[in-house]
Design a protein around this ligand. Structure first.
Ligand SMILES: Cc1cc2nc3c(=O)[nH]c(=O)nc-3n(C[C@H](O)[C@H](O)[C@H](O)COP(=O)(O)O)c2cc1C
Length: 191
């Protein structure tokens, strides 16, 4: 099973890097697999640590994909870095080993500590729709125009029926990005 979370890591200048990633568990270890090149990859390699933030505020996923990375942070407990203030729970990880790959290395990490901050409120279809749209935005150049339009049309149903304020804001940021991609593609065709 893959779980979509936000990884926080420390940059070389001491600032905190935030990135959505899909993680999974293998033999008791957490596997993080960033595509090269990646700031998350470099930070984990250098610091031998990372933090997994489980969030239900989908604005953070959509924000990271649309250049809004300034989310409130608080210090972590055992390893020296920061986590998202919005995390429902977080895991602090120590890097155990790397399985290198030209495209997508795999970082096997050991859990040092897990802390709960707020209860999970239940599944929400609009939150899932925002995650799907965020992944779509991260792959726009690999998809056909028709595929993009079909996906958006389908995902809009869950947004219209079940979104709260955070989901609407996140959706609007992603749709803004898709709209500028549509316009860029039209311009390219004219040129
Ligand atoms: C839900 C979601 C899951 C993602 N999972 C991954 C992942 O597992 N690996 C990856 O390299 N990028 C993933 N991405 C895209 C990255 O968040 C994005 O490309 C980011 O810029 C990674 O590069 P960075 O480490 O330099 O920030 C995901 C994006 C979303 C929205």
């Amino acid at each position: 099973m893959i779980q979509e979370i936000i990884v926080t890591t420390t940059n070389e200048d001491g600032s905190t890097h935030i990135a959505p990633m899909g993680i999974r568990e293998e033999s008791g270890l957490i596997v993080i697999a960033p595509f090269k090149p990646s700031a998350t990859l470099e930070n984990i390699q250098r610091n031998k640590s990372a933090v997994i933030n489980r969030v239900d505020d989908v604005r953070i996923f959509a924000g990271c994909l649309t250049g809004r990375k300034d989310w409130p942070l608080v210090p972590t407990e055992k390893i020296e870095t920061q986590r998202l203030a919005a995390a429902l729970s977080h895991l602090e990880l120590h890097l155990e080993r790397i399985e290198d790959d030209e495209l997508r290395p795999r970082f096997y990490c050991k859990q040092i500590v897990e802390i709960n901050h707020r209860p999970f409120q239940g599944f929400n279809r609009a939150q899932s729709a925002v995650l799907e749209a965020a992944i779509l935005v991260s792959r726009l150049h690999m998809l056909t125009k028709d595929k993009i339009e079909q996906e958006i049309e389908y995902l809009t149903i869950a947004i219209d029926k079940t979104a709260g304020e955070n989901e609407r804001v996140a959706w609007a940021w992603l749709m803004e990005r898709i709209e500028s991609y549509r316009q860029e593609s039209t311009k390219e065709k004219i040129v």
